[in-house]
Design a protein. Sequence first.
Length: 405
Amino acid sequence: MKYVIVLCDGMADEPIQELGGRTPLEAAATPNMDRFAQDSEIGMVRTVPEGMAPGSDTANLSVIGYDPQKYYTGRSPLEALSIGVDMEPTDVSFRCNIVTLTEDEQAYEDRVIIDHSSDEISTEDAAVLVEALKDGLKKDGYEFYVGTSYRHLLIWKNGEILELTPPHDILTRRIGEYLPKDNVLREMMEKSYQILSNHPLNLERKKKGLNPANSAWFWGAGTRPMLASFEEKNKKKGAMISAVDLLKGIAVGAGMQNIYVEGANGGLHTNYAGKAQAAVDALTKDGCDFAYIHIEAPDEMGHQGNVQNKIKSIENIDSYIIGPVAESLKNAGEDFRMLVLPDHPTPISVRTHTGEPVPYMLYDSRKAENGMETYDEKAASKTGIRVEEGYTLIDHLFENRRTTC
Ligand SMILES: O=C(O)[C@H](O)COP(=O)(O)O
């Protein structure tokens, strides 16, 4: 028996006027999801416990079966596990986004944040800028590390956990109110603008019509996490297929295998087919029981407020991942259970995450359930099936009795 989770980051949304009151998931052409919906269990699951901040950190921990109320120690330390930073118990790590601020204002605090991802900057280009920050912001007890695309890391030795604002929560706002209260971090951010705004790589980007990656932005602070072993807990060997350090870091912490896929980049133009193939190979050739396929694109399109591209990312998941994975497992003679769901909503209307429950679809190749015509937010609400503790859903996927992990 094989088990698959297809995690469509930020896919859930709200009815949108320009889509005639449909959500992007309803509006997308998803023949595979619709086909499976008719034979699947469909319901709603709360992945972000009430009172916790909605994000892929808390929500994916739940989906992989770790109660975030017990295991969550911040976002950045999970990413540090993937980046390979061996954190001391007294280290505090921070996510360091390379963001785009407006450039016309005199004072740093008057600038407006217009892009949390600097036009999805490549890791290669971002690495050049992070090197410039390492040189220009050198300070005892503070260390920068390169991550993926716009997502990087700052470790503060013997540091403090600070309340900081995620940049994707304040797009189009003046930054003054959201700057760190801590003087060192605040000064580092201001100085990062001086280092980056006239960096040759940014002058080049502006010529090409791309957003300049002109400031560091710190958030997501936390200390080293301790996750229980996925294999010991579930008696299943698991593989993670994701482009982003957050998911790869959760996999490192849980002792799952991370599989690298060429061209997987966390953006709209990621290698969807390569991810599907990597999952099939892990399950049929490499002895894995479980594959977690994470696709960041719908979330990023939600943050960008781009409805058509959000729809496109969902259609790509349907045609290049859900259909082919199911087909390949069937052709390999494998029985399988496949769970499709977002981690959290990233509604186009707010361009950030919300903590509302999300729709899930659980398909079992051995048996047909009384499903729905389609898999989407409305269909899932109508079934009345609701899982309140998201971290228990994986036990349902594995047909286990509930655990308390
Ligand atoms: O900064 C990021 O990686 C994303 O914009 C945050 O969204 P996520 O929590 O869905 O990954």
